[in-house]
Write a protein that binds this ligand. Structure first.
Ligand SMILES: NC(=O)c1ccc[n+]([C@@H]2O[C@H](COP(=O)([O-])OP(=O)(O)OC[C@H]3O[C@@H](n4cnc5c(N)ncnc54)[C@H](O)[C@@H]3O)[C@@H](O)[C@H]2O)c1
Ligand SMILES: [Zn+2]
Ligand SMILES: [Zn+2]
Length: 367
């Protein structure tokens, strides 16, 4: 089968013929339909997210179950599924306290580039190839734990379902679960990419007002309008902190979401808050980055700076709800899916992401 392999940090992905073993106990074989082109995979390509190489990247996806290993009960061949990119064991403290996205076993699998049992199913001529986040969606077929998939209804278009499995769950969740924005409260979103546009959309879903989108690229800001942004701030030609203050009548925003992955922008998000406001860091910067915020604001103004992984709610709970919102016409995925590329053009898809040309694109395995 063909897969996009990262052989070395800093190099483009290589689309190669590689081998895949049968699913073992508790595992499933998925025929991939679509894989989302998320910035997080790019972070792995450039080393900001450390991942053992060689590795098949990709973590946002949807497909059809092709075969199941022994003991699998939640899905059967022919079922349509979306991927859940953080394995959760169900028994560690984060899992037991309702935060399965921070599961310690899932974190181990990310670090080691393996499936749950510490081994890989991917190889090429005797060489071991790693998994990414226990799933590796940039591949025609993928073997993963049954805990890494979620059965979905068959009338849900698979390419759009794929986007819900990362960008939508993350962006909407940052606003509704991490910030907990309420109707009439103000939300500023820094970064109008796949995740940020969904933070804008999450703010619109809860009836926030105003909803301020900040980006360096005017085209991205125009996209944000379609998801409910009421004000657009181009931070390449104006200071977003001053502009957010002005839009909110001098008070600052109730909530500010950083959906880029730049620590300095998280500091801007924090500075754009009103008294008692909360800034949510969703973007992923390199492991050495630190966020400089005025310490006294945390105390005297009770401002908060929090992080949000995978929407800060169990994805197995949230993803099906978001899919239903799309099916009932209350969630905009149609403007989110800008383009689809064949796997052979995955590097071009990332170039387009970096140039800010797309809201979100997918690798379409039928092309
Ligand atoms: N926390 C999580 O669970 C989670 C999940 C998915 C993605 N992420 C992270 O979220 C971030 C965004 O991902 P994405 O796929 O939406 O990326 P993207 O490339 O689609 O979007 C990033 C946007 O930020 C804008 N931007 C870049 N620098 C800027 C700056 N200095 N000021 C204002 N705007 C700027 C770009 O123009 C672009 O529109 C990445 O860091 C990604 O790794 C986190
Ligand atoms: Zn766990
Ligand atoms: Zn992602």
């Amino acid at each position: 089968m063909k897969a996009a392999v990262l052989r070395e940090v800093g190099k483009p992905l290589a689309v190669e013929e590689i081998g895949l073993e049968e699913p073992r106990t508790g595992e499933v074989l998925i025929k991939m339909a679509a894989a989302g082109v998320c910035h997080s995979d790019y972070h792995a390509m450039v080393g900001d997210i450390p991942a053992p190489t060689p590795v098949v990247l990709g973590h946002e996806g949807a497909g059809v179950v092709d075969a199941v290993g022994s003991g699998v009960t939640s899905v059967k061949p022919g079922d349509h599924v979306v991927m859940v990119w953080r394995y959760s064991c169900g028994t560690c403290e984060p899992c037991l306290t309702g935060r399965p996205a921070t599961c310690v076993e899932g974190a181990r699998m990310r670090r080691d580039g393996t499936l749950y049992d510490g081994t890989t199913r991917l190889h090429k001529a005797g060489e071991r190839i790693h998994h990414f986040l226990g799933i590796s969606t940039f591949s025609e077929y993928a073997v993963m734990s049954e805990r890494s998939v979620l059965k979905i209804r068959e009338d849900m278009p698979l390419a759009k379902a794929a986007l819900v499995s990362c960008a939508v769950a993350t962006g909407v969740g940052a606003v509704i679960n991490a910030a907990k924005a309420r109707p009439g409260e103000s939300v500023a979103v820094f970064g109008a990419g796949g995740v940020g546009l969904n933070a804008v959309q999450g703010a619109a879903l809860v009836g926030a007002e105003p909803i301020i989108a900040v980006d360096l690229i005017q085209g991205k800001l125009e996209m944000a309008k379609k998801f409910g942004a009421t004000h657009l701030v181009n931070s390449s030609d104006e200071d977003p902190v001053a502009r957010i203050s002005e839009i909110t009548g001098g008070s600052g925003a109730h909530y500010a979401i950083e959906a880029i992955g730049v620590a300095e922008v998280a500091a801007q998000a924090f500075k754009s808050l009103r008294i008692g406001g909360t800034a949510v860091m969703v973007g992923i910067d390199n492991p050495k980055a630190t966020i400089p915020v005025p310490a006294v604001s945390l105390v005297l103004e009770e401002k908060r700076l929090v992080g949000s992984l995978y929407g800060s709610s169990p994805p197995r709970l949230e993803v099906p709800r978001l899919l239903e919102l799309y099916m009932s016409g209350k969630l905009n995925l149609d403007d989110l899916l800008s383009r689809s590329y064949p796997l052979a053009q995955i590097n071009e898809a990332y170039d387009a992401l970096l140039r800010g040309e797309v809201a979100r694109s997918v690798i379409d395995f039928s092309q």
